[in-house]
Design a protein around this ligand. Structure first.
Ligand SMILES: [Zn+2]
Length: 221
C-alpha cells in the first residue's frame, strides 16, 4: 500500500524545474501552446497560485534565439499570452539579428537579470492588483540593467547603479534604442514612460487595447 501511494505521488507531481528542463527540447523560433506540453501543464496546474489558474490555458511557450552578454548565441523560452506570441517571436528575431545583448532568458526568472514574461504576482507596491505578468501580457527585459524605480525604491535592489539612464550599459533600454522601437511598433506600452514609477525593464500589451494610466493606480484623472 505504501509503495502504491509513493508511486502515485511520484507520477502525479512533476517539479516545475524538471518541467522547464523539458521545454529545452523545443525547436528555436517556435510557438507551442502551454497545455500541449503535458509535463509543464501538470506542473503549473500543481504549483501556480489559484488567482492565475484560469489564465494558464491562454499561455504559449515561445522559444527564441538570443545573443548573451557573453556575445554567444543562446536559446530561451518565454511564456506569454497566445495573442502576443507572434509579437514576441518577431521582436526577439530582430533583437537576435541585431545582436542586442540579453543576459538570460528563463521562465523561472532565477537571477536578477533574467528576462521573464509570465509570472503570477501582484503589481509592485499594489498587493491587491494582479500584474499583467500574471496574464502573460507583460515582459521584463534585462531587469538588473533596467530596474523598476519608485522614488528611493529600486527593484531588483542590485539595480541601483543603473538608475542613471545616461550611461551606456550593455543591455540598456531607452527611447532611442531598438528594444523600445520594436515593442512600440507592435503596440506595446513601456514602463519607462510612466509618471508615478519608472519600470525600465517592463513592456506590456493589455487585453482589448486597454492602457495603464500613466499616472499610476488610484489616479483616475
Ligand atoms: Zn514587469
Amino acid at each position: 500500500m505504501r509503495t502504491t501511494i509513493s508511486i502515485i505521488l511520484f507520477t502525479c507531481f512533476i517539479p516545475l524545474v524538471q518541467a522547464y528542463d523539458d521545454i529545452g527540447q523545443l525547436p528555436a523560433d517556435s510557438i507551442t501552446p502551454l497545455f500541449s506540453i503535458e509535463k509543464l501543464k501538470q506542473a503549473m496546474l500543481a504549483s501556480e497560485p489559484s488567482s492565475c489558474q484560469p489564465h494558464l490555458k491562454d499561455l504559449t511557450v515561445v522559444k527564441v534565439k538570443y545573443i548573451g552578454f557573453d556575445e554567444k548565441e543562446h536559446l530561451g523560452c518565454i511564456i506569454i499570452h497566445k495573442e502576443l506570441a507572434n509579437d514576441i517571436l518577431d521582436i526577439f528575431k530582430t533583437l537576435y539579428h541585431n545582436r542586442f545583448p540579453i543576459a538570460d532568458i528563463h521562465p523561472a526568472g532565477r537571477k536578477p537579470n533574467t528576462t521573464i514574461a509570465y509570472n503570477c504576482r501582484a503589481v509592485s507596491n499594489q498587493p491587491g492588483i494582479l500584474s499583467q505578468h500574471s496574464f502573460g501580457r507583460a515582459i521584463d527585459i534585462n531587469p538588473l540593467i533596467n530596474p523598476y524605480v519608485n522614488g528611493e525604491q529600486v527593484l531588483p535592489k542590485e539595480g541601483k547603479p543603473y538608475v542613471d539612464r545616461h550611461c551606456h550599459h550593455k543591455g540598456l533600454i531607452n527611447k532611442e534604442g531598438l528594444v523600445y522601437k520594436l515593442f512600440e511598433a507592435h503596440g506595446w506600452d513601456w514602463g519607462g514612460h510612466w509618471l508615478d514609477v519608472q519600470d525600465y525593464q517592463h513592456f506590456e500589451k493589455r487585453a482589448n487595447g486597454e492602457k495603464r494610466n500613466p499616472l499610476g493606480y488610484g489616479n483616475h484623472h
